[in-house]
Design a protein around this ligand. Sequence first.
Ligand code: NAD
Length: 392
Amino acid sequence: MKNQDYNSRRTFLRNLGAGASALSLPLAGFGETLTYQHEHSGIHSLVTNLDSVRSSQPGRKLGIALVGLGGYSKNQLAPALQQTQHCRLAGIVTGTPAKATEWMQKYNIPKENVYDYKNFDRIADNKDIDVIYVVLPNSMHAEYVIKAAQAGKHVICEKPMAIYPKECQAMIDACKKANKQLAIGYRLHYEPFTREVMRLGQEKVFGAVKFIESSDGFRSGDPTQWRLKKSMAGGGPLMDVGIYAIQGARYITGEEPISVSAQFAPKTDPVKFKDVEETMFWQFEFPGGAVSNSTTSYAAGVERLYASCEKGWFELSPAFGYGPLKGRTSKGPIEMPIVNHQAAHMDGVCKDLLDGKQLPDHVTGAEGLRDVTLLQAIYRAAETGRKINLKA
Ligand code: NAD
């Protein structure tokens, strides 16, 4: 395949809407310079100009209430909500009165849109809030997603959707019963470099994918944080960032793995990591013949998604953080617009909600359930030392 073929195809997709059409995913519209950060390193970068995305209800913005005002809400979601076209920060749920005061002042949030965990259910009566975004420790996702659905609101839930598949199913069922939609915080599904590697892999632009290397890890800090407690996090780096590596292998192939093998690395700090794994590895086999190898770690940094194909290769590195993501192929660099991931994600979800559309399956609870099922299968494979057959 010639370089020109690769570039002209991308241009075609961009003209259709920056690749959005290939995956039915709207791009967030930004007419201004945005700032964004890597999930764990705090790198700042400047970006970008993208075409606007029109909504069928021009000017209307859905009101989002953030539940849990920790690092992700404070540093990423709230700033991103100052840039979104289809949603706005309307309310907060927090157990800390000092945070409530600070956020009300900073974001001009009216008192009647501020809740705590005890009066959360009263949010049902608040017409200003359309969507509840659950940004709590992993073990609390299921409880608050179910409460949000019962309050009659659409829900966005952070990744991992929950710790166990049966919790995911209960969350899906609660949203279905309430006739509300459930999105998972899969911000990369609205990110142009990520969508491009989805296309390269799934459309076999470099031929069939043979091998994928997909890894995500970082050096974790505070030894007292909930991320190191199995009861709250469900596990260690696999639950937190390993899920991105699982996603990478799945969205490059567009397939579900048929088997998994996994190994825990020895712990270099058994005190800090007494409750959860420090580093681990796993391998998937896919039905189309591709195999993948992945690492996740709280002891060392790694962030790479690489695919070797019959007629070339492509990769993103960095691949999973807040960006800027960077991509290359055996035919040259991948050039895509740089966006604020969180704004793109929330705008993408809210535009579909405003338009009365069903969210694309791969950003919903169905996708969250698939990932959580795989997370648990990886642990089972590592604990038993056996290759697990995942065929239904
Ligand atoms: P954090 O520790 O910074 O914040 C957690 C929040 O939950 C805090 O405000 C805390 O007060 C609140 N909380 C309520 N009850 C709690 C309890 N019993 N114990 C501990 N905290 C309690 O965590 P975070 O980094 O904001 O992560 C929150 C969620 O967001 C996690 O599920 C995480 O995986 C996800 N996340 C996603 C991304 C992404 O890029 N999609 C990035 C970071 C975090």
